[in-house]
Write a protein that binds this ligand. Sequence first.
Ligand SMILES: Nc1ncnc2c1ncn2[C@@H]1O[C@H](COP(=O)(O)OP(=O)(O)OP(=O)(O)O)[C@@H](O)[C@H]1O
Ligand SMILES: [Mg+2]
Ligand SMILES: [Mg+2]
Length: 481
Amino acid sequence: MPLSDFQTVIGLEVHAQLLTQSKIFCGCSTAFGAEPNHHTCPVCLGMPGVLPVLNQRVVEYAVRTGLALGCTVKPTSVWSRKNYFYPDLPKGYQITQYDQPICEWGELVIDTPSGEKTVRVRRIHLEEDAGKSVHDASASGGQSLVDLNRAGVPLMEIVSEPDLRDADEAVEYLKVLRDVLVYLGVNDGNLEEGSFRCDANVSVMPKGSTTYGQRCELKNLNSFRFLKQAIEYEAARQVDVLESGGKVDQETRLWDVNKGITRSMRSKEDAHDYRYFPEPDLQPLIVSDALRDAQAKSLPELPRAKRTRFMGQYGLPAYDARILTAERPLADFFEACAAHVSDAKKLSNWFLGELSRLLKEEGTPLSALRFTPAQLGELLATVEKGTVSANAAKDVLGEMFRTGRAPADIIAEKGLAQVSDVGAVEAVVDDILAKNAGEVEKYKAGKKSVYGFFVGQVMKAMKGKGNPGLVNELLKKKLGD
Ligand SMILES: Nc1ncnc2c1ncn2[C@@H]1O[C@H](COP(=O)(O)OP(=O)(O)OP(=O)(O)O)[C@@H](O)[C@H]1O
Ligand SMILES: [Mg+2]
Ligand SMILES: [Mg+2]
């Protein structure tokens, strides 16, 4: 059977680092970039005789996420020990949640080419991160060092059901999930730096089958592009294995960025390999009604709801609304500006075009913008009135962006105002037509191509500042069109 006769099945496990200032079971800082092993204490170093104390903020963030994804938030959940040996895991176990996670059964709606799709979220659980091994690969070195700054940093694992059916759906799910977490303020959404990580479980089955194939778990997917490439490569690999009479082994495979392939890292452990058992040093985790209600009350409007509202309230196409609502600061700034303009679609065009270009080019965060929503409103009004051309307005916006000066001042100083005075433009039009009587004759005799010549002459005489709409209107009138 060719590749096209197989169906890919994907489930994602997402590890999101929670944006707390201190670690999950001790008071050490979670700040990035400190000298190795400086953010450590006896608790996160796994010294004997110490006891973990749960960071309450971690619970709040997990509950908030669970509510946003429509999960059942469990009043009681349980901490477990997941035992394994690794140099960056000094305790020899990771405190995590296993059979009784804090949240279960939610969903995330994504867009696919064939419409909306609801992807089930099976569980959300909390756990501590491990440390980091730093391997010296040089010929002379060959040492491995351990940095435990990250040990004990709070992670939230969000596990989807195997509901995704191709790489694009997986990428879409991951993007939508990331936007939600960033909206909630629980995660910074940074794939490259690893504070938002994703493992992809991939299997294939003959189309039409209802029995899933054996899955492989893919790691090292630190960009949306790698996620897509890795899933596509892996699905094709599994089909090859099956087609050549083999069977897919359950294993953990690593995405090799340079070669563009996945390769086997280890055969996948089963749960019993980890000897999970309830963590004796921590009480069951109780989520009170009060805590849950407080989180429910403070939930922000989420991207999808905001998108729908933007389409209705501002009459925007879905495409615009999605881009404008992907990040909360951008959506907020758009709304602040929309209060100062009459045509929200025109405003959206500026946001998607010139403004996003400037933001990208200058690397400025929205929070550091120098001009105010009212000033952007003013600029759009001057374009509307024909005081400046759309092109000149781009220059004005660039200047506002860099200096925060008022649009009127910039227009005056740079002499960008268009001439929209009927009398003034008419005088120039009359003059040009009079000077080019021969061409006017030809035009009237049917040689319509000289029209552009008249426009050019008028504009030249007005140093490019004639209001183009008015110039055209008057020319046509005088030429008898
Ligand atoms: N046949 C399958 N094909 C593709 N994905 C699958 C299949 N079966 C399960 N999955 C997905 O695999 C993931 C399993 O994640 P889960 O965290 O439950 O267990 P795990 O990977 O065994 O544990 P660990 O957290 O130790 O990696 C889920 O996202 C699930 O949807
Ligand atoms: Mg998992
Ligand atoms: Mg897994």
